[in-house]
Ligand binder design. Structure first.
Ligand code: AMP
Ligand code: MN
Ligand code: MN
Ligand code: MN
Length: 301
């Protein structure tokens, strides 16, 4: 990575020596995308769970970061906020999520990419609404839009509305029956999104001075052969790291992801991908950086 002056990139001043033995979570969502908590409530929850470092990584938006940072400063909260984003990309017909960490949230290339991604979200949401209307559910787009408010509109909003209106019995069923993609064409109301490429996402994250990490590699339903292909392409696109630790991952999976990191010289990241309080996972829970990994924050000194 190029040497960047800390005067031009003040966000890069991160005292990472203090990361040792700290409780760290580098993947979380607020209601600026499809999380349910406001940035302030998320920060309060992180402190209650005794986290020391938290990255907010909303889908294709950085809107929650200023709100969260202001709250931290006003209340003098002992938490280090890492500026992040989760960018949706298109790769070989799959939707791959790239997390940008320790970014300059005001970088102009990033701002432009966010605008492009927001347009793609809006276009997809409208078409999805039209398809759902044909399924007999006429106002879903408007309802999902209202739920998303000023934030990034996602399929999670559509799933929640379909569930609330009794058209499906769980949010998962909304994906399985209508808006998800299983097989080549997807379900009845699936709309192929117009996301940027992995290369573009990584390049823009780097222009914003950040680290590009592939989110939840285990969650793409890829065979071992295809997952390796994805990791090779990500590395060729100059990607920096993989999420090797998610709360739901078993030791075997963690070991496998760490193996990929070592094989392809990638850094390791970890995060809960917290969206809302639930029984199975929470902020910072069950996250430990494995021995032998080079953590992503080693890039931030
Ligand atoms: P989007 O980025 O608009 O495609 O919305 C995807 C979001 O929906 C993910 O980030 C998850 O939070 C949520 N989600 C929940 N269940 C599923 C599922 N089965 N497939 C894809 N996304 C899901
Ligand atoms: Mn989400
Ligand atoms: Mn994701
Ligand atoms: Mn996420």
């Amino acid at each position: 990575m190029a040497l960047l002056s800390t005067i031009d990139f003040p966000h890069k001043i991160v005292e990472t020596e203090g990361f040792a033995h700290k409780r760290i979570d580098l993947h979380s969502h607020t209601n600026c995308s499809d999380g349910t908590l406001s940035p302030q409530t998320l920060i309060d929850r992180a402190v209650n769970f005794q986290l020391n470092v938290l990255a907010i990584t909303d889908h294709d938006t950085v809107a929650g970061l200023d709100i969260a940072q202001k709250h931290i400063e006003e209340k003098n909260i002992p938490l280090k906020l890492i500026s992040g984003i989760e960018i949706s990309t298109a790769w070989q017909g799959f939707e791959i999520h790239i997390v940008g960490l320790n970014i300059d949230k005001n970088n102009s290339a990033l701002t432009a990419l966010i605008a492009q991604q927001q347009q793609a979200r809006e276009d997809r949401a409208r078409t999805m609404g039209e398809k759902l209307a044909k399924c007999g559910f006429p106002t879903i787009y408007e309802d999902a839009k209202e739920m998303a408010g000023e934030g990034s509109i996602t399929r999670a909003h559509f799933a929640k509305v379909l569930h609330q209106q009794g058209h499906v019995s769980t949010m998962q069923q909304a994906f399985d029956k209508y808006i998800g993609k299983k097989g080549s064409k997807g379900q009845r109301a699936y709309v192929k999104p117009n996301w940027c490429s992995i290369e573009e996402a990584v390049d823009v994250i780097h222009q914003a001075g950040g680290s590009a990490v592939m989110a939840h590699p285990i969650r793409y339903d890829l065979s071992a052969k295809w997952l390796r292909r994805l990791i090779v392409d990500f590395k060729e696109a100059n990607g920096d790291g993989l999420e090797v630790v998610l709360p739901q991952m078993n030791p075997e999976q963690r070991k496998k992801m760490l193996g990929y990191c070592n094989e392809y010289d990638l850094h390791a990241s970890m995060g809960s991908d917290f969206h809302y309080p639930n029984r199975w996972s929470d902020l910072g829970r069950n996250l430990t950086m494995p021995v032998g990994a080079t953590p992503v924050w080693a890039q931030w000194q």
